[in-house]
Design a protein around this ligand. Structure first.
Ligand code: FES
Length: 109
């Protein structure tokens, strides 16, 4: 079962074991993680599910690449886009997803 750590700007963390088939966003919303708003419910229309996924060069990317639609919406995030910026509704989890840490931004709106 993939383990996702949600790291808040204040340094606190929430660690959730999530079932394959869900997304990093859905896990956060159902798990009560603050800072993931997800206004559009995962329909790639709001950018309020922004997270930062920090990977070093030796770590294989655990998620599918950014699509053109996600790329366009990432330019509309409330906090600045960084190299590891992703929309968490697009981060699907499988039984082979490695444990991952995502940073929750200061603000989504
Ligand atoms: S929940 Fe709206 S874009 Fe991800």
């Amino acid at each position: 079962m993939p383990k996702v750590t949600y790291a808040q700007p204040d340094g606190t963390e929430t660690v959730l074991d999530l079932v394959p088939g869900t997304t990093v966003m859905r896990g956060a919303v159902t798990g009560g993680v603050r800072g993931i708003v997800a206004e559009c419910g995962g329909n790639l229309m709001c950018a309020t599910c922004h997270v930062y996924v920090d990977l070093d060069e030796a770590t294989p990317a655990p998620f599918s690449p950014v699509t053109p639609d996600e790329d366009e919406l990432l330019d509309c995030t409330a906090t600045p886009r960084e190299a590891g910026s992703r929309l968490s509704c697009q981060l699907g989890l499988t039984d082979r997803t490695a444990d991952i840490v995502v940073r929750v931004p200061e603000s989504q709106t």
